[in-house]
Design a binder for this molecule. Structure first.
Ligand code: SAM
Length: 231
């Protein structure tokens, strides 16, 4: 079974390379290394290497591999970086980030902090990360990530995997000079993935990356739980 999954993983990565979505060796290596099948619900395991989002319970999803790859490429990750991910979900993206910033045997390993508002998902993500061998490189926190995670700030990179109505100011504040924030902004039907680079003088350079579809970022600097967006 492991062999079948490895072959399906290789096929998916080959497709994403051919489509020009995976561009760098490090993103390619990470996506070839992290077993996505360990992060999807048991009964959906055979769909783990379809390029599609999959339900993970509580109305949430593990993002489609092509969207994950786009974000990893735009994040310009490097070994040794400290990264905050907002929206842990299954833990898959956190494992991929860890595979780049803290590869096994690294002499200067970075670290991933990932924050999830739904405690049951955070708990399952912890178990997934443990099983896949990333527990020491990823810290899972339960909380409202629209406020960032001040105890470990500032971050080299902040990657948000849920859509905000606007750019949450605390996330920009918790970014190091020279840091990059990736965040989908927009309502249910119309979202754009933004890349915000904080220059060393504190000025922000904003780039539109691609239209996208994410579940809502719910929290103080996100959507209200009872917002029309959610019904
Ligand atoms: N990165 C995830 C993965 O690899 O499986 C997929 C994330 S899923 C598209 C978005 C996640 O963001 C959901 O699990 C949702 O509960 C979470 N979320 C929404 N608002 C949040 C908030 N304010 N703080 C933390 N997590 C939040």
């Amino acid at each position: 079974m492991e062999d079948v999954m490895r072959r399906l993983r290789e096929r998916l990565v080959r497709k994403l390379v051919e489509e020009g979505i995976i561009k760098s060796e490090k993103v390619k290596r990470a996506m070839l290394t992290v077993p996505r099948e360990l992060f999807v619900p048991e009964h959906l395991r055979e769909l783990a290497y379809e390029d599609t989002p999959l339900p993970i319970g509580h109305g949430q999803t593990i993002s489609a591999p092509h969207m994950v790859a786009i974000m990893l490429e735009e994040a310009e990750l490097d070994e040794g970086m400290k990264v905050l991910e907002v929206g842990t979900g299954s833990g898959y993206n956190a494992a991929l980030i860890a595979e780049i910033v803290a590869p096994r045997g690294s002499k200067r390993p970075g670290h991933v902090y990932t924050i999830e508002r739904i405690p049951e998902l955070a708990e399952r993500a912890r178990r997934n990360l443990e099983r896949a061998g990333y527990a020491d490189r990823v810290t899972v926190i339960v909380g409202d990530g629209s406020k960032g995670y001040p105890p470990a700030a500032p971050y080299d990179r902040i990657i948000v995997t849920a859509a905000a109505p606007d750019m949450p100011r605390p996330l920009v504040d918790q970014l190091k000079p020279g840091g990059i924030l990736l965040i989908p902004v927009g309502d249910k039907w119309n979202q754009i993935l933004y890349k915000i680079v904080k220059k060393t003088d504190g000025k922000l350079v904003v780039k539109k990356v691609t239209p996208c579809v994410f579940v809502p970022l719910v929290g103080e600097y996100g959507w209200r739980e009872d917002a029309a967006y959610l019904v």
